[in-house]
Design a protein around this ligand. Structure first.
Ligand code: NDP
Length: 332
């Protein structure tokens, strides 16, 4: 097949980004040593930004978005993968600098790919997707800094009903952690409890600063998806020596904090970067996800939608209207 279907972004002279569904020919594919027949991609917050032309994440148009994908290797010049092997691609600025997975064919570097674990279906791997991989990388970082399920306080997950948050809540709970889910949407409380949250904390409560620079020691750890005042406040409420994995900036890229939690409570702020995480760490994270994430819970929060719906969904994720994980079946 010499043609493939793609969601293509273009930019007009005023910088306005528009999206259209096009049939492209293989010779339009970018450089790369490995060609993959894409089956599924997943919808992430960054896809929302890219499709809506926000954050100047894309510099060259026309562009094919989709920050992750799973599919079957059609050719691999390096010999790293066999033809027919199932592979996952996340990070490396795919869908941002390089053409991504909102297409039926992608060409990338073999070194960006990891094998699909046997225990996962292609669809499940994208239900996990970049969001789930990031949740696991965050958990691994917290555990490497001493977090264990028998810790005294709950682990706080902010932006809990979003993609990263939902997988983080399900994962932590399955591993025996007590989880407080921070959310701004009252309608998500039952959903978060079903995922395993032991407590629901409102966004307003998390936004409210403690009276002094340090609050009560409340959390044994945290995974923060939102940044801004909530991140500053939660640092001041971590227990002695506890850590927060900083994942995202859905509220703000600003960090409004004092150094006192670091100086007086020895807390750690751990940066999580799924984009450039080394391959060995990704393989380790995918292996753990395949073994430890409760797939029944994941299936229950996953919505599979067609490529033709991606633009609409990209608008919704920016408005915080998406709950759980959205998988894009690029062939429908
Ligand atoms: P989602 O949009 O699915 O979830 C974000 C959640 O944040 C929303 O569901 C909402 O949760 C909460 N939220 C949204 N706006 C606000 C606000 N103004 N104030 C407070 N909370 C808010 O995004 P993802 O889960 O895909 O990604 C979360 C963040 O992590 C994003 O910033 C994303 O860019 C980043 N990210 C970073 C990665 C990395 O490698 N570091 C990888 C993947 C994502 P609720 O409805 O529960 O309130």
């Amino acid at each position: 097949m010499s043609e493939f279907k793609a969601l293509v972004l273009d930019q007009d002279g005023d910088g306005k980004v528009s999206a259209s569904y096009q049939t492209l020919s293989n010779d339009q594919l970018p450089e790369g040593d490995t060609t993959v027949a894409v089956e599924y991609s997943s919808l992430n917050y960054k896809d929302g930004m890219i499709i809506n032309g926000l954050g100047r994440l894309v510099r060259d148009y026309p562009h094919v978005p989709g920050v992750d994908f799973v599919g079957t290797v059609e050719s691999c010049d390096t010999g790293a993968f066999e033809v027919g092997q199932k592979v996952i691609c996340t990070g490396w600025r795919v869908g941002e600098v390089h053409w991504g997975g909102f297409a039926t064919r992608a060409r990338v570097q073999a070194k960006w790919l990891v094998p699909l674990p046997d225990a996962l279906s292609a669809e499940q791997s994208m239900a996990i997707g970049t969001a789930g991989l990031t949740a696991m990388l965050a958990l691994m970082a917290l555990e490497e800094h001493g977090l264990t399920p028998d810790a005294e306080g709950e682990v706080l997950v902010t932006g809990a009903a979003g993609g990263v948050g939902s997988v983080a809540v399900a994962l932590l709970s399955a591993l025996g952690y007590r989880v407080a889910a921070g959310t701004g949407r009252e309608s998500t409380h039952a959903y978060l409890t079903d995922l395993g949250a032991t407590t629901i904390v409102s966004r307003e409560e998390l936004e409210e600063a403690a009276r002094g620079p340090l609050g009560k020691e409340r959390w044994s750890g945290a995974i923060d998806n939102v940044g801004g005042p909530i991140l500053g406040n939660l640092l001041a409420a971590l227990g002695y020596g506890a850590s927060c994995a900083a994942v995202g900036l859905a509220a703000s890229p600003k960090l409004d904090a004092t150094v006192l939690p670091f100086l007086l409570r020895g807390v750690n702020l751990l940066g999580i970067d799924s984009v450039n995480a080394p391959k060995a760490r990704r393989v380790q994270a995918w292996t753990r996800l395949a073994a430890e994430l409760p797939m029944g819970k994941l299936d229950a929060i996953t919505h599979v939608r067609g490529l033709s719906e991606a633009v609409d969904l990209a608008g919704q994720i920016l408005k915080g209207q998406i709950q759980g994980r959205t998988v894009i079946d690029v062939n429908t």
